[in-house]
Design a protein around this ligand. Sequence first.
Ligand code: OGA
Ligand code: MN
Length: 300
Amino acid sequence: MKPIMSIAIEPIDAIGRPSFAAEVSGIDLTGRLTDVEVNAIHAGMDQFGVLVFHDQHLGDEEQVAFSRQLGPLEQATGDIHAPEDRRVSMDLNDISNLDKYGEVLARDDRRRLFGLGNMLWHSDSSFKDVPAKYSLLSARNIPTAGGNTEFADMRAAYDALDDAMKREMQDLICLHSQLYSRGLLGFDEFTAAERKKMAPVRQRLVRRHPKTGRLSLYLASHAGAIEGIPMPEARALLRDLTEHATQRQFVYAHVWRQWDLVMWDNRVTMHRACRYNPLEVRDMRRSTLTNEVSSLQQVP
Ligand code: OGA
Ligand code: MN
């Protein structure tokens, strides 16, 4: 029998950021969730965009089972691991610096360098036609220092644009590809097959949340072009918007504890990983809910 618990959701910074990033207590994610719990999580995500759960001792199968209770998962096709090198099933993204033997990847390992793309502000799977809805990141092992994850509130960033800018941005379509984000880091050695897989996809720059109706800026370092705007002008605009959206007043920085699970809504947030000692182990697993439709269908 599961002990009787009652779920509570409280903003992490009730004064500075009352509607962004909350902590959830009174729930055990390792067992089957009740309908009340599932509904409370969805409502919490709609309100806060980021939810933090402490002390959730999840194994891979438990993480996948719990994630599926919230909606259909996407497959982890966004990395460059060969199938025989994978440490986890295709239901999970391996957000670690480890190889399949549990050894820390060499500093110049191609998989590590590709993974450093996570240090740029992004929204998960915006490079897929059907991008991600929620991401659920479970901290199995964390380094002794550093390695925070930062989250930016893209609803607040949108709301803070002036009306002329909102009108100008309203119907722009960006092209997203991992070739663009990796290119920003000077990582550009891809095989023909990888380039083909990473062909750009179209996403709205401003999208509407289907439940709350709120608008948000849908940006990511994967965005590298805007339809109808000359390239240098498009890139300059994307940079300006990213700078605007990631000002400190819009950002929550999560300092990890082992067994935290952090869940975010990729439709209304960007996030990035922060530096840590590359010789230390950092082992996280991410399950990801698919958005089921393209952002092109989430019109303002
Ligand atoms: C991710 C991601 C950031 C981090 O899991 O999608 O970007 O801090 N992670 O590991
Ligand atoms: Mn990510």
